[in-house]
Ligand binder design. Structure first.
Ligand SMILES: C[S@@+](CC[C@H](N)C(=O)[O-])C[C@H]1O[C@@H](n2cnc3c(N)ncnc32)[C@H](O)[C@@H]1O
Ligand SMILES: [Zn+2]
Length: 314
C-alpha cells in the first residue's frame, strides 16, 4: 500500500527547527517521511539523520523514501521516549534539532486492518506498534475486559467525551451478549449511546471514544511527557525541538514541559531570592503556538486541530 500522508505545517516546522548542513537531526515520528525528506534535503551530505517510529511500516517506508538523500541515515523502530538509548547506541552525544509530529498517520488510519478507524470496519486493534512481534493488549481487550468504571474513565479523560458514562454502560451491556470484535461493532454501539440530538452536530460520534482508547492503549501521553524531557536533554546548545500536537491534552503537556524548563524555579512564590538552585536550560521560541494557514486547513482537514510549539536549548 502506498504510504499516503500529507505532512502538516511542513515548512513552518522544518524552518522552525532550523536544520543546517552538517548537523545531526532526529524525526521521532517518521510516519510517511514528509518532514524527514525536507530535513534530509537541508542537511546535505555531511549531515546525520535519525528516523524513529514505533511502527515498522513507517520505518520501511522511510528507508525507501529517503534513499535519494546523501546524508548519513539511521533508522530505529522504537518509541521516541527511548531517544537517549538510540543516540548512545550510535555514539551520538547530542543532536542539533528534532521534531515530533504526534498521533497517527493517515496511512495507519486508512488501513482497516490496523483497527484505528471508525470509518472502516476492521479488527479492534489500535496498537501503533502492532504486528507479530507485539503480544500486548489490543483495543479489543480493553473494550471487552475493562470494568465499566475504567472504560468510562478512559473515554472521559482521553476523549474529553461528555457521554462517556452512557457509552461505557452501552459497551458493557452489548458485550454481555457477545464479545465486541470489530471497529464497526464498536462504532454502532457508540452511536446508539449518544442521543440523536447530540449526534447531529460536530465531528463523527465515535471520534472521541476511538481517540481515547488509542491514546490509552498506546500510552501516548506518558510517552510524550517522558519523550519531551529526554529530547530536551539531548539537544546541544542552540538545538531546537519542534512539536506538533493534535488535541488539547497533548498541547497542554508540551506547553507545560517547555514552560517548566524555561522557568524551573520551585521556590515559594514571593521568595526574595531563589534557593532551589534550578536554572533554565531552554527558551521558548513560540510563546503562542503556530497554527496552520487557512489555505492548509482547507486543503488538509487533518491539519485543522494542529498546533506547533518550538523550544531552543540554551
Ligand atoms: C502524524 S504521523 C507523522 C507523519 C510524518 N511527520 C510525515 O510527514 O509523514 C505520526 C507517526 O508517529 C508515530 N508515533 C506516534 N507516537 C510515537 C511514539 N511515542 N514513538 C514513536 N513513534 C510514534 C506513529 O506511528 C506515526 O507513524
Ligand atoms: Zn528557586
Amino acid at each position: 500500500m502506498e504510504y499516503r500522508h500529507t505532512p502538516v505545517m511542513l515548512r513552518e516546522t522544518v524552518d522552525g527547527m532550523n536544520p543546517v548542513p552538517g548537523g545531526k537531526y532526529c524525526d521521532g515520528t517518521l510516519g510517511g517521511s514528509g518532514h524527514a525528506a525536507l530535513i534530509c534535503e537541508r542537511i546535505g551530505e555531511e549531515g546525520i539523520f535519525i528516523g524513529i517510529d514505533r511502527d515498522g511500516e513507517a520505518i520501511r517506508t522511510g528507508e525507501k523514501r529517503l534513499k535519494p538523500y546523501r546524508c548519513t541515515k539511521l533508522f530505529c523502530k522504537t518509541n521516541f521516549e527511548n531517544i537517549k538509548a538510540v543516540l548512545s547506541e550510535n555514539r551520538i552525544p547530542a543532536i542539533n534539532g528534532a521534531i515530533l509530529d504526534l498521533g497517527v498517520s493517515s496511512r495507519q488510519l486508512d488501513e482497516a486492518g490496523r483497527g484505528f478507524s471508525y470509518m472502516k470496519d476492521g479488527p479492534l486493534d489500535m496498537r501503533m506498534d502492532g504486528g507479530a512481534d507485539n503480544a500486548g493488549p489490543t483495543a479489543e481487550d480493553v473494550v471487552n475486559e475493562y470494568s465499566e468504571t475504567e472504560l468510562c474513565h478512559i473515554i472521559r479523560e482521553y476523549g474529553e467525551e461528555r457521554w462517556a458514562k452512557r457509552i461505557a454502560s452501552f459497551i458493557v451491556a452489548e458485550r454481555r451478549r457477545s464479545r465486541i470484535r470489530t471497529t464497526g461493532e464498536l462504532t454502532e454501539i457508540i452511536k446508539k449511546a449518544i442521543p440523536a440530538a447530540a449526534r447531529r452536530e460536530g465531528p463523527h460520534p465515535a471520534k472521541r471514544s476511538f481517540q481515547a482508547i488509542r491514546i490509552y492503549l498506546n500510552d501516548e501521553l506518558g510517552a510524550l511527557e517522558r519523550g519531551l524531557t529526554a529530547f530536551l536533554d539531548v539537544l546541544g546548545p542552540g538545538g531546537r525541538l519542534a512539536v506538533i500536537t493534535f488535541h488539547s491534552l497533548e498541547d497542554r503537556i508540551v506547553k507545560e514541559a517547555f514552560r517548566k524548563r524555561e522557568n524551573p524555579c520551585e521556590c515559594p512564590p514571593g521568595s526574595p531570592v531563589c534557593v532551589c538552585g534550578k536554572v533554565a536550560d531552554v527558551k521558548r521560541i513560540t510563546k503562542k503556538p503556530i497554527l496552520p494557514s487557512e489555505k492548509e486547513m482547507e486543503e488538509n482537514p487533518r491539519s485543522r486541530s494542529a498546533k506547533l510549539r518550538i523550544a531552543e536549548k540554551l
